[in-house]
Structures are given as C-alpha cells and as structure tokens.
Write a protein of this length. Structure first.
Length: 100
C-alpha cells in the first residue's frame, strides 16, 4: 500500500513543473516515503529514487526523506536493509536541494 501511495503521488507530480509543487505534495511524499521505509519496502523506494523520470521530484522533495532514512540506518538490524538505506541516503545527498 505504501509503495502504491508513493507511486500515485509521483505520477501526479510528474506532470507538474517544479515550481507548481504544493506544500501538500511535499508532505504526502514524505509520509508515503516514510511508510515505505517503515513497512520494509526500501528496495522499491530505492528504485523510485533511481528512476530518471522522477529526477525533478526527487531533487525538489527528496530531502524530506533524509530523516526517515537516517533513522533506518541507525536502527537497521538487517545488513541488507541498512545497505539499501545507505544507498538511498547517498543518492538523496547527491540529487536533492537541501532545505535551508
């Protein structure tokens, strides 16, 4: 469910210009991304972030996922989940516009 919710938000935002993103879009993106992490859909989240079609969305909204990803890194018990979280974190740092 979390992945479908995130994909729905992404699909809606793909047709918008970056300056047309609303505050609500940022909040929904963050909640859906956080749910993906919490529900164990980390690999699917990584695929969404890596998808070139989502580049503008990730650049603009991805920074909101840094907190949930860091929590995943800190409390991750499974090595493969931690590795995927680290890959997501690395991509977010490279791709996103940080908040001021």
């Amino acid at each position: 469910m979390a992945v479908e919710e995130l994909q729905s938000i992404i699909k809606r935002c793909q047709i918008l210009e970056e300056h047309d993103f609303k505050e609500e879009d940022f909040g929904l993106f963050q909640l859906a991304g956080q749910r993906c992490i919490e529900d164990g859909y980390i690999n699917q989240l990584l695929e969404i972030i890596q998808d070139e079609k989502n580049k503008t969305i990730i650049k603009s909204m991805g920074w909101n996922l840094v907190g949930p990803v860091v929590r995943c890194l800190l409390r991750g018990r499974e090595e493969d989940k931690r590795e995927e979280c680290f890959l997501i974190f690395d991509l977010l740092v490279k791709l996103c516009n940080p908040k001021e």
